[in-house]
Design a protein around this ligand. Structure first.
Ligand SMILES: [Zn+2]
Length: 243
């Protein structure tokens, strides 16, 4: 890119300078320590001023009944190859062919899923041992819908074993295997990405029933990431629906 601008000659010097400083600004990366959540507004204003931010604390007694138009229909049962990477913020799995979810007559495709070393959303102040965020996008409107699967310490989780042993490689996955048997009960609200740029208008579906992972697996994941959770944000005028 720089080379291209240079060929435009001296008249473009100003834009080169502008680009250089822009580039410098981008060199500072957000993280969970020195450039942690309290500084994320330096990377995207929305992180600081948005009133529909995620994660939040769910207070079960303060929820409203689900608008059934927005009921979630999951079709994640797709056997596919997937790339597993450590992207510096999480372990992220990108399936070649994603499953999908549907609600309100709209279809959202699974783009990727990733994990946090403790859950980002809390329920009555309780933070689960881990969480998987399954990120979906509506191909027409580009809107995002994230399905969160909470993890609790318990039995060994075969999917997690597969993923943790495939970092930097491709593997075969079926995202359906990540889901609990009960996917009919969840909390739903409208929030944001939990990392910069903290973009809003994200549909969140938090499955109530957690899945299990063994203590060894949770520890193995936390060797990579233990504190990659954004603190809970103000609810403001939002309502949380429950099913
Ligand atoms: Zn996430």
């Amino acid at each position: 890119m720089k080379k291209l601008v240079l060929t435009l000659g001296a008249a473009a010097l100003l834009s080169v300078t502008a680009m250089a400083s822009e580039h410098k600004a981008h060199e500072k990366h957000w993280d969970y320590s020195h450039n942690g959540p309290a500084h994320w507004d330096e990377f995207s204003k929305t992180c600081g001023v948005g009133h529909h931010q995620s994660p939040i604390n769910i207070i079960p007694g303060k929820t409203i009944s689900m608008n059934h138009q927005f009921d979630l229909h999951l079709s994640e049962d797709i056997h596919t190859t997937a790339k597993v990477i450590d992207n510096g913020h999480s372990i992220k799995v990108t399936p070649k062919v994603g499953g999908k979810v549907e609600f309100n007559g709209e279809m959202f495709q699974l783009l990727q899923f990733h994990f946090h070393g403790k859950s980002e959303h809390t329920v009555d102040g309780k933070r689960y041992d881990m969480v998987a965020h399954m990120v979906h996008q509506n191909p027409k409107t580009k809107q995002l819908a994230v399905v969160a699967v909470f993890f609790e310490e318990g039995k060994n989780n075969p999917v997690l074993d597969n993923i943790l042993s495939s970092i930097g490689q491709e593997t075969r996955v079926d995202p359906q295997d990540l889901l609990p048997t009960d996917t009919a009960h969840y909390y739903h609200y409208i929030g944001s990405l939990t990392t910069p740029p903290c973009s809003e208008n994200v549909q969140w579906y938090l499955l109530k029933k957690p899945v299990e992972a063994s203590k060894d697996q949770i520890d193995a994941f936390r060797k990579y990431y233990v504190d990659n959770e954004r603190p809970v944000q103000e609810l403001y005028d939002r309502k949380i629906e429950v099913n």
